[in-house]
Design a protein around this ligand. Sequence first.
Ligand code: PEP
Ligand code: MN
Length: 357
Amino acid sequence: MSSDYLHFSDWGITGSGLCCPILIAGPCSAESEDQLHQVAMRLRETGITFLRAGAWKPRTRPGAFEGAGEEALKWLERIREEFGFRCMVEVANAKHVGLALAHKMDAVWIGSRTTVTPFAVQEIADALSGVDIPVFVKNPIHLDLELWIGAIERLRAAGIRRIGAVLRGCGGVAPGKYRNAPCWQLAIDLKQRLPSIPCLCDPSHIAGNTEYILELSQQAINLDFQGLMLEVHPNPNQALSDAKQQLTPEQCNAIIKSLKPRSTEGGDHNYQLKLDQLRLEIDQLDVTLITTLARRMKVSREIGNLKRDNHITVLQASRWERVLAQVIAKGKKVGLDEEFVAEIYNRIHLESIRQQQ
Ligand code: PEP
Ligand code: MN
């Protein structure tokens, strides 16, 4: 839809001028006015675009701290007045939206546990209808591109034009060393489907641990994400939620300063020449890959015919195990990751079986 604003400059927001156009930082939960005051004081020099804080926390188990509610919005209003920060909170229903607007929040975000629920998203979209504030949408908590797109479409249909997507990783996918699997491809697919929606990254909820925030943030910038949402607490050890992943304001400042910006265009003549050569090589290799795959499938079909004529089953598990072990061993010798080879070959095998039927 052409009425979306792609660039943050069109959002009436000047770029941060730092590592990426938009920087959101602040505590997981607003815990007290003093806590917010400390964060604001100690982030003041950094030049962030929005101060974030959760007023209603969707906790997995009951009994944990569930946020200070409307009280937190009053604190944020005063912080905004004193420091001039734009403030944003998470909204999960129409009541939250009503209160966020009543307390003049500058933006809101929809959390990953809410993006999965179309009724809740619709209720939020309806409550925001006619209000022109930026709305950020986290990806659903599990890997589901359509639900993410669906939530954005509901907001668009309600007339909201400043919509940003936020990748916060996914549960239910092997996370490796992180709390959530980054699922970069999910955001790349979203950008292809909705090119006018800027995409931000929330490395805090991907990482689950401050140790990995720098590397994830740089990866996001390298992948052309338009912004970062970082969790920051004046005293992380004592945080009432997500303690391990919250940076101190000083750590946040240091990370933002050390991140290296990337541009999508430009580079000098030598860079362009080298890039063109390498891309040519990739294009040629892709032709080889595709024609080799086609030849492999043709042989598969011949095997299928042979098996059919001799009344033999299509699937022979021991043969498949040998093939997989062989290619993994071969892959290792030439420096290919085992998981990568296994994933590709599982997919090739599925297609081979289909062709043999
Ligand atoms: C949050 O940003 O504090 C939060 C709850 O994030 P998510 O919805 O990504 O879990
Ligand atoms: Mn959090």
